[in-house]
Write a protein of this length. Structure first.
Length: 266
């Protein structure tokens, strides 16, 4: 166990060292309608991101980043995925590490006209807590049953922490999951351990979907999914879940109307 822990720590330190070398001296500037990023200690890279091609902007932070008052910002672009995998991935970073107080200024430069700090954030339906809790308890019960095979009665010691984690997860999910429609864009944030917040302009919306699983239909709830031309890289899709049927239909219809009024800009 100690050997495995030491190996994981070594790998983590190596990854941190690689990130420091790769993004050393990161500098983001605006040239007209384009954002230009320059970085790298050994290999110097200059990347240009046209603002008009930004499909999704996503800010995310882990527990350590939040403790240090930092976060990271990525973007997805359309029409800029040529070359090898490395070059495509480099184009996605808008800020590998950023002070929280500087996020608003970066958002104003990358997506002007969207008042993120004035957004009217809407929570999921309150009934979502019970659904998430039941799902967590079922998962915990399954893990205890699997542990019973090798640990016997000792596996019962896992039941209290598993139940506690299920209760915490349900409450924290509801607290940190929100969506909003503000200033020509749809905003979505989720996650309580690793928090993410994404923004999609109306003119970048390519697909809207109103989804209902069998459990959703039973609870008279639904989810709204928003897809863009460059979706998939950031790993934080705008998938607003656990909404009441009426709320989900109203959100879907509003986004459909707003997207229909705008001209798609590639």
């Amino acid at each position: 166990v100690l050997g495995a822990a030491a190996l994981l720590l070594l790998l983590k330190l190596l990854s941190v060292a690689w990130i420091v070398l790769k993004y050393h001296g990161f500098r983001l500037t605006r040239r007209g309608e384009d954002l230009r990023a320059e970085y790298g200690l050994l290999t110097r890279v200059t990347a240009t991101i046209p603002r008009r091609r930004i499909q999704v902007l996503s800010a995310h932070s882990g527990p350590l980043q939040r403790r240090l008052g930092r976060l990271s910002v990525q973007v997805e672009t359309a029409g800029g995925r040529h070359g090898d995998e490395e070059s495509r991935t480099d184009r996605l970073w808008l800020a590998p590490l950023l002070r929280e107080e500087r996020l608003r200024g970066l958002l104003d430069e990358a997506l002007p006209g969207i008042a993120h700090d004035q957004a009217d954030w809407k929570p999921p339906d309150p009934r979502a807590r019970g659904r998430i809790l039941r799902k967590g308890l079922l998962l915990g019960l399954t893990l205890v049953a699997l542990a019973w095979i090798s640990l016997g009665y000792w596996a019962l010691l896992l039941a209290p922490p598993a139940a506690l984690l299920a209760f915490l997860n349900a409450g924290l999910y509801l607290r940190h999951t929100r969506h909003a429609v503000e200033g020509g864009a749809v905003l979505y944030r989720s996650g309580w351990l690793r928090r993410r917040a994404s923004t999609v302009r109306f003119e970048k919306i390519q697909t809207l979907a109103l989804r209902q699983s069998p459990f959703d239909r039973r609870a008279r709830m639904a989810a709204v999914s928003v897809d863009t031309a460059g979706a998939g890289r950031i790993g934080h899709p705008v998938h607003v879940r656990y909404l009441a049927e009426r709320t989900a239909a109203e959100l879907h219809d509003r986004l459909f109307r707003e997207a229909g009024r705008t001209d798609f800009r590639w």
